[in-house]
Ligand binder design. Sequence first.
Ligand code: ZN
Length: 432
Amino acid sequence: MTDTSLGKQMHSLATMMFPICRSITGNGVRQTLNILKEEIPLVIYEVPSGTKVFDWEVPKEWNIREAYIKNSTGEKIVDFKNCNLHVLNYSTPINKKISLEELKKHLSSLPDHPDWIPYRTSYYKEDWGFCISHNQLQNLTEDTYDVCIDSTLTQGHLTYGECFIPGELSDEVLISAHVCHPSLPNDNLAGISVVTYLAKELLKSKPRYSYRFLFIPGTIGAITWLSINELHTHRIKHGLVASLLGDPGTFTYKRSRRGDTEIDTIVETVLKSRNPDNKIIEFFPYGYDERQFCSPGFNLAVGCLSRTPFGQYAEYHTSADNLEFIKAEILEDSYNTYLEIVRVLEANKKFLNTNPKCEPQLGKRGLYSLKGGDNDAKEFQLALLWVLNLSDGEHSLLDISKRANMKFESIRFAASKLEECDLLKEARKNWT
Ligand code: ZN
């Protein structure tokens, strides 16, 4: 299978999820998770409306069958079936005839992009509304309009999915993607597809860490998950929030609140080596679910890795975030970046030099004549000496590569050769 086909597979997965009208609760999330369940072993959880989750409550479940605006001749001028962004997400039901003036109070448009339809929500304030293009709004004439939103907001459940991949260690890596947006491929069908394929890859062989993939509605989903799993969170040693991974921009990594954790260092190293234009920014308490994972009561080592940050591309939260906006080769680049981060994390062990009193004799073990992969012999020897000197159980291979100013891969290769000669053993802890 070529790499290109992997990008296309992720794009097809996004295409399958595209037509579904998702929200923070309801059947849209269930249908989406059922599609993902065909790809990876996903456990779907249902949390009843009204459940107390820290300072919040699981909201009523929202479902929608149809919505339209008809003019007085009976012509449907706006139809939810054509584009689910047309309905204010979480709209209460409505079915009545109103004037143009009254209708306009419930319409949103984008004057700067008159052909695009905006995406709007009203989760925590009961309201109804439609989103239309500014051109259409300007062409509306005085008339009596028949507005219908056939939705329900009732006691039900909040739904989320979890895929757990057990590793050799009980220490966990948390990777989460929000699943609450309707037909917006970059936000976040791209992220969902990339992490689903990452999970598929990790399922092929037992990883060192255990991995927990969360597919949750934004904010309330993370709050709900943390509330239910509070006693479990001490196992989470590293984490990433995956969002906005299909647009053509470079990557932006937002550090964890702690700012100097292993995942922060690894992501920074990988991003810089892949493209010097990739950006690293400090934590701030706004954005995606890192807000909850990094709230002071949890303070987990979780950062957010996206391409162009939210609000910084014109198509953000509009109908122009469509299936053409996300490209297969970009999805694949996002996947490869995430995979490289995971590979470095998996390999970033701490070792103990078994012969710490003076340097061991490398020549008699055949290590002086070896060439290290694509490195020359001299660089390989230097890497061996750095690994031996700093392997005191305190320094990880990434720490060593930074101190030595050598590539992680060179240090990792030297460590593997020293381990083969029993000059190095892993400093182990937290084995399952
Ligand atoms: Zn969004």
